[in-house]
Ligand binder design. Structure first.
Ligand code: SF4
Length: 323
């Protein structure tokens, strides 16, 4: 079945029982709590690792946690020590093209900024003007990553059917950079044989340099059964599919750092080759490449700063409790 991006997304609303501010099992997210506004994500990226999660609501569906703001306020009221920052979207996206999600995102951003709590996010979505204005007005509290893996619009529509078009993501990266926000672009996942050729990477890093991006974070596709299944259903080019799977024939079973599930990673020499090709292209343009250490423990030890870099010196004085 081929995904139809124009199909409406079904939105199920529920009240969250678990805490809103959740610690992540991923090592690189250990310093600040995470928030997910939804289970599932309307962008529907065919490589999305959240497809394998038990709460995944199915194709073109999201479950919105409607009580998130009230619960967040109550949680913060009880906390003796407030978080310095929170990270959105480890397995969803705060700028999904769903009015109810965007409305909740705005309210929560507004609340967090009012409380002087920092916000880190990773998005492949279209950031609405009102949200961008809010972010711009609170730039000192924001660290952002824009996900972008290809400039090819047709390919992006297949891989990330409801995400913003690549050109829009580039513009958003530029806007964030222009207002002084630490804005990195995340090339993750790079798809071997599909988006890792020299020309595609050259075009991409040149466009990023033109947008003023100074840092990119990179990861190569890893496979899990739900991801393979998704590629089989959505990738229309069967030969491309066979070639992709062929590259993972000798895949390494690897445990994600800080997590408890196994992934099938591209063999180390192939991954190294892709990263060094990217670094070689990016460096002369003044772009630093960070490698996701959670998925590449043999190649990197430092964090790829998926949640930004926060330190206590940036912490605002405690605010009077106004809610
Ligand atoms: S934007 Fe991120 S969370 Fe949403 S579908 Fe794509 S990969 Fe998954």
């Amino acid at each position: 079945m081929k995904q139809k991006p124009d199909n409406p997304v079904c939105v199920l609303k529920t009240n969250r029982k678990a805490a809103v501010l959740a610690p992540s099992s991923l090592a690189c997210l250990s310093k600040i709590p995470t928030i997910n506004l939804t289970a599932g994500c309307a962008h529907g990226c065919i490589y999305c690792y959240a497809r394998g999660y038990s709460q995944y609501p199915g194709e073109a569906c999201v479950t919105l946690y409607a009580n998130t703001l009230d619960k967040l306020k109550a949680e913060l009221r009880r906390k003796r020590k407030r978080p310095l920052a929170v990270y959105f979207s480890p397995s969803s996206d705060l700028f999904q093209p769903v009015p109810e999600v965007l409305e909740l995102t705005f309210k929560i951003l507004d609340f967090l900024f009012h409380e002087k709590i920092g916000v880190a996010f990773l998005t492949k979505g279209a950031i609405p003007n009102a949200h961008m204005e809010l972010i711009r007005a609170n730039a000192s509290l924001v660290q952002a990553q824009i996900g972008l893996i290809t400039l090819d619009e047709n390919l992006a529509r297949i891989l990330e059917p409801r995400a913003a078009v690549p050109e829009q993501r580039l513009q958003q990266a530029r806007m964030l950079v222009d207002c002084g926000i630490p804005a990195h672009v995340r090339l993750d996942p790079i798809l071997p044989g599909i988006t890792d050729d020299e020309q595609s990477l050259t075009d991409l890093v040149q466009a990023l340099a033109g947008a003023g991006v100074k840092t990119i974070a990179a990861g190569v596709l890893f496979l899990r059964p739900a991801i393979v299944e998704s590629f089989k259903r959505h990738l229309p080019d069967r030969q491309m599919m066979r070639d992709l799977l062929q590259r993972y024939r000798a895949a390494q079973a690897m445990k994600m750092a800080g997590d408890d599930f196994f992934i099938s990673a591209l063999p180390l020499p192939d991954r190294s080759r892709i990263f060094s090709r990217l670094e070689t292209l990016a460096r002369p343009l003044g772009i630093t490449t960070k490698i996701c250490a959670c998925k590449n423990p043999e190649l990197a030890s430092a964090s790829c700063s998926i949640a930004g870099e926060w330190n206590r010196a940036m912490e605002a004085p405690a605010q009077p409790n106004l809610f």
